[in-house]
Ligand binder design. Structure first.
Ligand SMILES: [Zn+2]
Length: 314
């Protein structure tokens, strides 16, 4: 489903969320054996449907795509096609999320935990991951999201990689504790242990909490103003940090927001609304000790993805 953005100035910008509807048994080349795929990845497809239903009557600033893609297990074929097509049509994907393996809350070791969010520290994908964590946790109370500083789990992949390959900010949203007896396994019982990705493994309340978090983050971004442009950081080798940026000509913008965190941390720790300004000087703030980013916010609090400086200025 595509929710078109009516704002002509941003007609070519989009947010994309996918789940994959294909699944596999133990042998990836076996087309005959049953492969229910309840968690991998009917969980993601069900979230795509639920999110599309929740937002169907909304009019966001940019277009939002909720897509069930094919052929993920065969080499990310569907998402590759989609990412290439959007790129060739001149669509700028602001943020993409692959929800893949997101409905099982019990690990193979029996430990229940919360969830993780995958991908590579201040590039666009990392900023989108931080955004999903910050905004998503507001929309889904009690849920803890973790930003993982890697492209995906080790030796693994998912549809976000097709979008990253085309230069878009893309992350994977996944459960925190996987059970490998359920993944890519032909349904069977061996020595009293059940294998197979079957529906009984699906934890619906858990999946619903993840769904709420992601749809909250996607909606906040879909209604947000255009982000600041050409953010530069100055003040190296001086006692003060100086940031400059350009505010786009977007009537939704109510304020610019400055984010910062100590250089050894992952999540943004301080934010301050600055008003409609395009520069700020932070006295006695050493640029080497902090990371910075700048976003735009509308009057209702909908916020663009914070933009890290891409250039060093004076
Ligand atoms: Zn999958």
């Amino acid at each position: 489903m595509v929710l078109p953005g009516p704002d002509a100035a941003r007609a070519k910008q989009a947010i994309v969320m996918t789940g994959h509807y294909d699944s596999i048994p133990s042998d990836v080349m076996d087309p005959k054996t049953d492969a229910p795929g309840a968690i991998d990845d009917a969980s993601g497809v069900s979230m795509a449907l639920s999110m599309a239903a929740a937002l169907r009557n909304e009019e966001p600033a940019v277009s939002v795509y909720f897509v069930a893609v094919a052929g993920e297990e065969q080499g990310l074929i569907g998402s590759q096609h989609l990412a290439r097509r959007l790129k060739s049509e001149g669509v700028e994907v602001l943020a993409m999320t692959s929800v893949d393996i997101a409905g099982n809350s019990e690990g193979q070791d029996g430990v229940r935990e919360r969830l993780a969010l995958g991908n590579e520290n201040d590039g666009p994908a990392r900023e989108w991951a931080r955004y999903v964590q910050r905004v998503g946790e507001l929309y889904s109370s009690g849920l803890k999201l973790r930003v993982m500083l890697r492209r995906d789990r080790i030796s693994r992949g998912s549809d976000h990689m097709s979008f990253a390959h085309e230069g878009f900010a893309a992350v994977r949203l996944s459960e925190a504790r996987e059970n490998y007896r359920g993944q890519h396994q032909t349904p069977r019982t061996e020595n009293g242990v059940r294998f197979g990705d079957e529906l009984w493994r699906f934890d619906a309340p858990y999946a619903a909490r993840m769904c709420k978090a992601l749809v909250g983050a996607i909606a906040a971004l879909a209604f947000a103003p255009a982000p600041p442009q050409e953010v530069t950081l100055g003040g190296a080798n001086s006692p003060d940090a100086k940031l400059r940026w350009k505010l786009p000509d977007d009537p939704r913008i109510a304020t610019a927001v400055l984010y910062r965190r100590p250089a050894d941390r992952i999540a943004w720790e301080r934010m301050v609304a600055l008003g409609k300004v395009s520069e700020v000087v932070l006295p006695s703030v050493n640029t080497d000790d902090w990371f910075f980013a700048v976003s735009t916010q509308d009057a209702a609090g909908n916020e663009s993805i914070p933009q890290a400086p891409l250039a060093v200025g004076r």
